[in-house]
Ligand binder design. Structure first.
Ligand SMILES: C[S@@+](CC[C@H](N)C(=O)[O-])C[C@H]1O[C@@H](n2cnc3c(N)ncnc32)[C@H](O)[C@@H]1O
Ligand code: SF4
Length: 360
């Protein structure tokens, strides 16, 4: 696996190392293996953000770690809490000044965190705020982990589900995402079951197949949004590279390998993909596949002209699918009062800071 663990002034990104890599690193400093186990526990179980908080680590080793290694800790710069349902949106500053967003959603079955996988996104989907300024960089495994760790520490809420559905295309940052899955699932860390993890992709077919070969018990969510290639190309540039047929083949492969039901995300846009004809095509497309369809009333962004389908059209679409025995839900809008589509909080923060710096 080609992951660059060096970060910030060439120091080693300790939180991205699994326990055997950490042992190897600590032994390379001339220290005993049990120190690595202690350190792993401080980082991934006790969720410390500072070497000085690792109380049973000798001061000499702490100093050496400060010099040679880096303990990834995101800086929370804004937290918005919904008065309606308690959903919280977090803005975090990264070590290089970039900003990302994550969301904590509270459900009856537990707390779910939606994390970002990249700073921005290069995929260019027309409805999405995350892609408006392109992709700045991939997030490291430690930066993905720390979104969960910080949210759990700040909110005091135990996180049981994670969806990689924030800004970025996880399959475009494949190695770091796989490492994140390994670490978050680690028994020595938060030990979150892979069954409680969802990776959402716009459909990078070769990576879906690579992921299937790992036979992990995670849920694969496909951002489909259109039932035919012609329409999909108007909404998502990736449709020019991979056809829906190729995506469906990859989904069948994923299902064969993992036994996991596939999720499809379908954002309903008024007059674009919410017609009876689209519903019929979608029914034909998923016929016989063990899947679930999540209908999302599109969240309009000011930079684009897409409008949300009206309630009647959404219900008619859902009913048509249901009549054909398809598992379908309409995604509940979480945190409507603090809303903004995914990526919008970051975008408005960037615009505010740009404005205030140009007014200085
Ligand atoms: C932001 S993406 C991140 C994961 C991955 N890149 C993908 O496309 O699946 C997560 C989900 O949010 C959806 N999404 C993005 N912008 C949206 C908007 N304005 N309204 C509704 N859903 C949106 C995407 O289509 C996708 O299903
Ligand atoms: S929907 Fe996903 S793939 Fe498309 S631009 Fe947004 S983050 Fe990227």
């Amino acid at each position: 696996m080609d992951i660059n663990y060096k970060i910030k002034d060439g120091r080693v990104d300790l939180k991205s190392l699994n326990s055997s890599e950490l042992i190897e690193y600590i032994e390379s400093l001339g220290e005993k293996k049990f120190r690595a186990n202690q350190l792993y526990q401080w980082m991934h179980e006790k969720l410390v953000t500072n070497f000085d908080d690792c109380l049973n680590i000798p001061a000499k080793l702490r100093e050496s770690l400060k010099e040679n290694a880096y303990l990834m800790a995101l800086e929370p710069i804004r937290v918005q809490t919904s008065q309606i349902d308690g959903t919280q949106k977090y803005l975090f500053k990264l070590y290089d000044g970039n900003v990302i967003e994550s969301v904590l959603m509270k459900y009856h079955h537990g707390n779910s965190v939606c994390i970002s996988s990249q700073v921005g996104c290069k995929m260019g989907c027309r409805f999405c705020a995350s892609t408006l300024d392109g992709c700045v960089r991939n997030l490291t495994a430690s930066e993905m982990l720390d979104q969960v760790y910080r949210i759990q520490s700040i909110s005091g809420e135990r996180v049981s589900n994670i969806v990689i559905m924030g800004s970025g295309e996880p399959m475009d940052n494949y190695d770091n995402v796989i490492k994140f899955l390994e670490l978050i699932n680690s028994e020595k860390g938060l030990n979150i079951s892979l069954r409680n993890l969802t990776v959402s992709t716009c459909g990078l077919v070769p990576k879906i197949r690579e992921l299937a070969d790992l036979e992990l018990q995670i849920t694969l969510a496909i951002s489909l949004h259109a039932p035919n290639d012609e329409l999909r190309k108007t909404m998502m540039p990736i449709a020019n590279k991979y056809s829906i047929e190729e995506i469906m083949d990859a989904c069948r492969y994923y299902l064969d390998k993992t036994g996991r039901r596939i999720s499809f995300e379908y954002s309903l846009v008024k007059g674009v993909n919410d017609t009876k004809e689209c519903a019929s095509q979608l029914i034909d497309l998923v016929h016989g596949l063990n899947c679930h369809i999540n209908l999302i009333p599109v969240n309009p962004i000011k930079e684009r002209d897409y409008e949300q389908s009206n309630k009647d059209a959404i219900m008619a679409f859902k009913n048509k699918l249901e009549k054909c025995g398809i598992n379908v839900t309409i995604r509940r809008e979480m945190g409507r009062d603090i809303d903004g589509a995914c990526g919008q909080l970051r975008k408005s923060y960037m615009e505010d800071s740009h404005e205030s710096s140009s007014n200085d």
